[in-house]
Write a protein that binds this ligand. Structure first.
Ligand code: 8YV
Length: 313
């Protein structure tokens, strides 16, 4: 009975080759009947590799009696039932730090693109609309206020970058960080009223589900922009689409959606949104580092060595 890893995701560009001498790998996306593949090998599976949008539910955890470790190819763990894992004594690891800079860069790319109409401008040139007159004016960044929801590692990296654009930083989150020089807002709605760019970089999951609701969007106002590199679940998508349609917010830059890879079609025809396909960490360098971390954690666990990046409840 070979120790088996159930992979719910590829770890491109790295892959699982480094684990193959010691483990069999079930690449679930290649299986004709994924449920049957899991059922057949359920007693052999000792590790699961997952990622954002690939759920490790209580049902899956309970179906694998010898599961010891879940290696998440992501920093966010909202795809994993952490309580069920803890109850069973299953270890969870993730990939913090290595993706901080790229994800913060993505937030800034979205912010710049939507404020300065970069994507719209590109299309404007390509379809020769410029011949009929200039692109409508954009919005400056300098002197504007960025309100960051979730000033963790990624939030702080976004703040650092926004400071370089002469922007003012404020934040909202679970707790005030007294060692940082930015103003803290205990209430999201108050911060939304006071900021020009509301940037989401918090964890997903039940605690943050739909915290950006119609009242927060109304507070952000007709000159305000929403940038989301966190999780689609943080935003009430229905309220958000209404706000965009009615122009009660100025625009949005999105890397994440509630039901990925499905994106509300209503967004496709809107000029004031920039849409990315969840690429926050999607560089060759970062995805390689993420893959190495997943592998290192699994190998360390089975050698009885300390884990590199365990998730603590
Ligand atoms: C995903 C992410 O891991 O780290 C996270 O939480 O959302 C991303 O980096 C990436 O999209 C791979 O699925």
């Amino acid at each position: 009975m070979a120790k088996t890893i159930l992979a719910l995701t590829s770890m491109y560009p790295l892959g699982f080759e480094n684990l193959e001498p010691d483990f069999e790998i079930i690449r679930l996306w290649k299986e004709k009947d994924p449920e049957a593949a899991i059922h057949e090998r359920r007693n052999d599976i000792v590790a699961v590799v997952a990622t954002a949008g690939r759920a490790v539910s209580r049902k899956l955890i309970e179906a694998l009696p010898n599961l010891e470790i879940i290696g998440n190819f992501a920093v966010g763990t909202d795809n994993i039932d952490l309580v069920a894992a803890q109850e069973r004594g299953v270890i969870v690891t993730n990939t913090p730090d290595v993706l901080t800079a790229d994800t913060a860069d993505t937030a800034i790319a979205l912010l710049l693109s939507v404020a300065r109409r970069v994507v719209e401008g590109d299309a404007y040139v390509r379809i020769a609309k410029w011949l009929n007159g200039p692109l409508p004016l954009g919005a400056s960044l300098g002197g504007k206020t960025v309100g960051i929801v979730g000033l963790g590692r990624i939030g702080q990296a976004i703040a650092k970058r926004a400071v370089a654009f002469d922007m003012d930083i404020v934040y909202h989150g679970r707790s005030e960080k007294e060692d940082l020089p930015y103003r803290f807002y205990p209430q999201l709605i108050d911060m939304a009223k006071d900021c020009d760019f509301l940037v989401l970089s918090c964890a997903g999951g039940e605690d943050t589900k739909h915290i950006v609701n119609s009242a927060v969007l109304e507070a952000l106002g007709a000159d305000g922009y929403l940038i989301n590199v966190a999780r689609g679940s943080v935003v009430d998508e229905e309220a958000f689409l209404i706000a965009l349609r009615n122009k009660t917010i100025a625009g949005a830059g999105l890397d994440v959606y509630e039901n990925e890879p499905h994106v509300p079609e209503a967004l496709f025809s809107m000029d004031n949104v920039v849409l990315l396909p969840h690429i926050g960490s999607a560089t060759v360098e970062t995805r390689s580092r993420m893959g190495h971390l997943v592998i290192d954690n699994i190998q360390a666990h089975f050698k009885g060595e300390p884990l590199k990046t365990p998730v603590t409840a």
